[in-house]
Design a protein around this ligand. Structure first.
Ligand code: AMP
Length: 514
């Protein structure tokens, strides 16, 4: 007779399988895991035990590098790179003194590799599935590049999620009450400002509209403070203040202290002069008044796009480190006539929400009962953040123009078809393309062509043969495009999908992180 088998301890078996959310930020990254109780926890980084890791990479030679606070302190020196997320999806080149060149995608791959290693170390296990967050208004190229970077970092990333959606998801869990109505996610980080209007009902999150500015955030506030200090120094001493004698790292640190104190004394000496400069919080706020005004205008823009008024917004949820600034809270209060909500570290909320999303998008096989329960009622409806179309010939102007197939703000998933016609008799080929733009442009000068191709057509036909173009935008924000010659049934299909950009041979294997 066989010995009875001990019962399988499923909880134990699942212990080593982790679902993680990664907020791959312009200035800082954060990683969260859905714990065995079904709650998201921040994973501390290995080197300094912090909840967030500066998105800065420093190379020591051809194959060793460091990521995080120590590298951040060296910003401005050779071989130290930061803020590369702003250029994701482009061919911008970062060159080291050791002769290596990196694209923003490959720097992000190294950053993600370090985050993966830190997380595996912190969790004592491997990562089953990860979700990486991206800004809502990231272009298709930047999305593809993010997915490609994750793959190069050895992460199993099947899904990405927009940062405001991840934040809304988190707030829907932890508001302490069932949310029901229209809310705003206000995200002011180090490099970018994004604002979204979101409908939340329980754990059902519907994005209604989202807007962003690529270059507005804490970095700009640091520069404004640096300038203010330099102006005062010149007034007091008659000498110019060298940037090296009061750099952006010092300005950032003083900016943070002005979030707590109402004034700050800064002792300085530069160019033979010496002075203690006093900056009041109000002086600093005055120096960034135009930038604050821009944030307010963007809030109004997103409200108008979503056909909502200020009174329709029940609560404003804060995301991003710069929302710690009292002047930002004041600006929101002035605009919305209410206090914004901030019950969690604003720089962690995106990663925490993404950890829920990683579990929600998994096949569920490795989730324990509590984790399954946590994500049971989650439902998410995203929208497109750009217009997508194709170029076509306009007969009345006899020019090529951009035509829109999928509108910005369309609920995802969506499929749209638009019919076109051949231009002349015996047309035996047709140029194909896919365009992307922020506004409903007709002028091709202002659109980004994200794919181009050509399709052969049967010969001997008169002009005016119908051509259907169908774009399907799926839940993972990947677009499938189909160009069909209706009569012959010939089609060309392409997926603007993950990995397309990663045809370079870059491998993170040869790089060792400190
Ligand atoms: P994030 O991109 O969300 O990580 O936010 C980073 C930005 O938040 C940086 O520009 C920081 O200087 C800024 N930040 C963080 N804490 C504070 C604070 N207490 N006061 C002002 N800005 C802050």
């Amino acid at each position: 007779m066989k010995n009875p088998q001990p019962p399988i301890n499923r909880e134990k078996e699942n212990k080593m399988t982790h679902y993680i959310g990664i907020d791959l930020g312009t200035t800082n990254c954060a990683v969260a895991v859905l714990n065995a109780q079904g709650e998201p926890d921040i994973v501390h980084n290995k080197d300094d035990g912090q909840n967030t890791t500066p998105s800065v990479i420093q190379f020591f030679d051809k194959s060793t590098y460091d990521v995080g606070m120590e590298s951040y302190k060296s910003l401005g020196m050779d071989d130290v790179f930061g803020r590369f997320k702003r250029y994701m999806g482009t061919d911008k080149s970062y060159k080291t003194t050791f002769g290596e060149r990196f694209t923003p995608e490959n720097l992000s791959a190294l950053l993600l590799k370090k985050l993966r290693e830190d997380t595996e170390h912190g969790l004592d296990g491997t990562i089953s599935e990860a979700v990486v967050t991206i800004p809502a208004n990231f272009a298709n190229d930047a999305r593809e590049s993010t997915l490609a970077a994750a793959k190069k970092a050895g992460l199993n990333v099947k899904n990405i999620i927009n940062e405001p959606t991840a934040a809304a998801l988190y707030y829907s869990f932890y508001a302490g009450r069932d949310l029901n109505g229209t809310y705003m996610v206000y995200d002011l980080g180090g490099g970018t400002f994004d604002v979204s209007v979101i409908k939340i009902r329980g754990k059902k999150v519907d994005i209604i509209a989202t807007e962003g500015v690529k270059e507005l955030g804490g970095d700009d506030f640091d520069k404004a403070l640096q300038q203010l200090v330099a102006d005062k120094y010149q007034q007091q001493t008659g000498s110019r203040l060298n940037q090296d004698d009061y750099d952006l790292i010092e300005a950032e640190s003083d900016k943070k202290s002005l979030s707590i104190r109402v004034s700050k004394k800064i002792p300085l000496h530069s160019n033979g002069g010496r002075a203690t400069i006093e900056i009041t919080r109000q002086q600093f706020v005055d120096s960034i008044a135009d930038l604050i005004k821009q944030t307010e205008l963007l809030c109004e823009k997103v409200l108008s796009e979503s056909a909502k008024s200020i009174g329709d917004i029940q609560e404003i949820f804060l995301v991003g480190g710069s929302t710690r600034m009292p002047c930002i809270i004041d600006s929101i209060k002035r605009l919305f006539n209410k206090d914004p909500i901030n019950f969690v570290n604003p720089d962690e909320v995106v990663a925490l929400g993404a950890a829920f999303y990683a579990a929600y998008k998994s096949d569920g096989k490795n989730l324990n009962t509590l984790q399954k329960l946590a994500i049971a009622d989650v439902q998410i409806a995203e929208i497109t953040s750009k217009f997508f179309g194709t170029s076509a010939h306009n007969r009345s102007t006899n020019t090529s123009v951009n035509t829109i197939i999928i509108n910005k703000g369309e609920s995802i998933p969506c499929t749209k078809t638009r019919r076109y016609f051949t231009r002349y008799d015996n047309q035996t080929s047709i140029n194909l393309d896919v365009t992307e733009c922020d506004n409903a442009e007709t002028d091709l000068k202002y659109v980004n062509t994200i794919w181009q191709g050509e399709m052969d057509l049967p010969s001997g036909r008169p002009k005016g043969c119908p051509q259907d173009v169908t774009f399907s935008y799926d839940e993972n924000q990947v677009m499938h495009c189909k160009f069909s010659d209706v009569e012959s049934g010939r089609t060309t299909e392409i997926d603007l999908t993950m990995g397309k950009k990663s045809d370079d041979k870059f491998s993170t294997d040869k790089f060792i992180s400190h």
